[in-house]
Design a protein around this ligand. Sequence first.
Ligand SMILES: *[C@@H]1O[C@H](CO)[C@@H](O)[C@H](O)[C@H]1NC(C)=O
Ligand SMILES: *[C@@H]1O[C@H](CO)[C@@H](O)[C@H](O)[C@H]1NC(C)=O
Ligand SMILES: *[C@@H]1O[C@H](CO)[C@@H](O)[C@H](O)[C@H]1NC(C)=O
Ligand SMILES: *[C@@H]1O[C@H](CO)[C@@H](O)[C@H](O)[C@H]1NC(C)=O
Ligand SMILES: *[C@@H]1O[C@H](CO)[C@@H](O)[C@H](O)[C@H]1NC(C)=O
Ligand SMILES: *[C@@H]1O[C@H](CO)[C@@H](O)[C@H](O)[C@H]1NC(C)=O
Ligand SMILES: *[C@@H]1O[C@H](CO)[C@@H](O)[C@H](O)[C@H]1NC(C)=O
Ligand SMILES: *[C@@H]1O[C@H](CO)[C@@H](O)[C@H](O)[C@H]1NC(C)=O
Ligand SMILES: *[C@@H]1O[C@H](CO)[C@@H](O)[C@H](O)[C@H]1NC(C)=O
Length: 515
Amino acid sequence: MPAMTVFITFINLLALAPAVLGSPLHTLTNSSQQIKWGPCDFQSVSPLPVECGTLLVPVDYTNTACNETVALSLLRSRAVKAPSKGSILFNFGGPGYGAIHTLDLMTASFHGLTGGQYDLIAFDPRGVEKTLTFSCFDTPVDRKIAGYKYPLLPLNASDVALVDTWANTQALSNICRNRNTTTDRGALVGTAFVARDMMQIVDALGEDGLLRFWGISYGSLLGATVAAMFPDRMDRLVLDGVVNGHNYYHRFDIDVDSLLSADAAFRAILSECIAVGPAKCALATVNSTASELEATLIQLIEDFKANPIAVNTTIINAMFVVQLYYIVIKYPSAIANAAVHINYLLHRRNLTAVVDYYNGLQAGIAMGDDDSLWGIKCGDTIPRATELADVRPEVEHMAKSSEIFGSYLTTLATQCAPWPFEAKERYLGDFKVKTKVPVLFVGNTYDPVTPVASARNMSASFEGSVVLEQRGFGHASTSQSSACTAKVLRAYFANGTLPEAGTVCEVDTPLFKSR
Ligand SMILES: *[C@@H]1O[C@H](CO)[C@@H](O)[C@H](O)[C@H]1NC(C)=O
Ligand SMILES: *[C@@H]1O[C@H](CO)[C@@H](O)[C@H](O)[C@H]1NC(C)=O
Ligand SMILES: *[C@@H]1O[C@H](CO)[C@@H](O)[C@H](O)[C@H]1NC(C)=O
Ligand SMILES: *[C@@H]1O[C@H](CO)[C@@H](O)[C@H](O)[C@H]1NC(C)=O
Ligand SMILES: *[C@@H]1O[C@H](CO)[C@@H](O)[C@H](O)[C@H]1NC(C)=O
Ligand SMILES: *[C@@H]1O[C@H](CO)[C@@H](O)[C@H](O)[C@H]1NC(C)=O
Ligand SMILES: *[C@@H]1O[C@H](CO)[C@@H](O)[C@H](O)[C@H]1NC(C)=O
Ligand SMILES: *[C@@H]1O[C@H](CO)[C@@H](O)[C@H](O)[C@H]1NC(C)=O
Ligand SMILES: *[C@@H]1O[C@H](CO)[C@@H](O)[C@H](O)[C@H]1NC(C)=O
């Protein structure tokens, strides 16, 4: 789920539109549009059968004179309980991530969570993977070099970090501007077009003409957008790990409120660590209270800020330590093992193992070989800025939103300010939406990427919607298992039943199991 490249080394990482849609928008004629399903062109890892297909969609929905099409790649896992009640589409986050491999990996669990009576479908959004790939570089090596040449520095790295980062952001934007292949694509890969692609898929499926969708992280923003554009065609929508859509479209970062729960997550994990003790959490040996442990770990950042160490070819510096902490709060299943490695770091012991562990985690969350995160997000962003003074308030807002992570993870707040491309269609509305079926929003209490506050913010303007809070860790509800959340989801997909407002679901698995 969301997102990182060399550009973006860490975070990752949301009535209606008609007023916006000035120009005539076209669709392809219905009759020619059928998805041809067949074997996938990759080795499936799904325990259940899957099939792949493609669907041709208009490249440019705003230009009726252009009949050029592009092929979307899809993957489907049929309902495990016949008869199928229709299809549910998925997006697992980004922007800049494909979805078909994630669904392939998780067919069994998503059938379980949706009741087994639906066909599950993932598609790779335009801009990523094979469809209109948005790339500013000829080779991955060129991209890597640019990342080193024009780094987005942590705010507190030095007193010139912010001004340098601002200049580097502009250079990176200029690299993308100078490419002749990005010129058209920069305008064609926006979220509103992806929303139209989703409705093309719905049409081609020939079911009831309604969209059922589960959108996670950036997928929640995609879902909110398609719902605002086509409210009467929305059946069940689960928006999970919710991005604040007002921030997404009107601010330079993906969601300037992204880090609102990060400190609380970190602190709750440390409390849990002390509570379970050294047999389950390696860091419980360090201090006897959570606040002492927190002070020790904050000091560790400062120590490596003052004295970075090279371990073979990896530098352990303040950013390394903060990113390690951030991974801890983002991936709860990795917490016990992360505690072991942070404990090594504290004692300056076994640093090779720490570095190997960290590099392994980084490799596991790397994005594909493209720049679609920028291409999609920045094209969607409405404002532009030419002066750092115009960006500074956003940087400060983010930096202040998290005492522990803010000054290290806010560099993205500058990313879209000088972007040279604008999506041809963007959602300009206020998300005051009445969908045919009310939306189920889901947010984790301790989500370090998409705080439950953003779910509440979005739910406020979606008529009849409800926020389900999962009292747990990690990014989006799928990061921990909860029989309670699963029951709510199954009832919603089966009957459209929403939980009562204020419902909180506990998670089933403890953070720290025995080591
Ligand atoms: C598209 O197909 C649906 C169902 O197959 C049909 O009801 C509808 O009239 C068709 N629309 C057009 C424009 O052909
Ligand atoms: C696309 O449009 C051009 C010019 O309008 C036309 O010549 C061509 O046949 C069209 N192609 C398709 C596949 O409809
Ligand atoms: C970052 O810089 C600000 C302003 O100079 C300062 O208040 C803050 O304590 C610093 N944060 C860290 C983690 O060094
Ligand atoms: C794009 O740029 C390359 C060189 O970088 C050039 O060979 C090619 O002709 C250009 N294509 C277009 C459509 O301008
Ligand atoms: C917590 O542990 C650190 C590292 O061992 C130590 O330096 C510090 O004094 C401890 N804090 C307290 C209050 O004991
Ligand atoms: C150092 O890194 C290089 C390149 O990644 C690797 O081949 C080598 O084995 C490493 N050396 C040690 C002592 O880990
Ligand atoms: C160093 O780390 C490795 C891998 O995690 C572990 O197997 C080993 O026991 C550690 N050694 C020490 C001295 O802690
Ligand atoms: C939602 O967030 C936006 C952007 O931060 C803010 O302007 C708006 O007032 C918020 N709405 C609610 C209901 O909290
Ligand atoms: C859906 O509603 C029916 C009838 O009220 C009920 O029997 C069934 O258990 C519900 N399904 C779920 C998954 O809650």
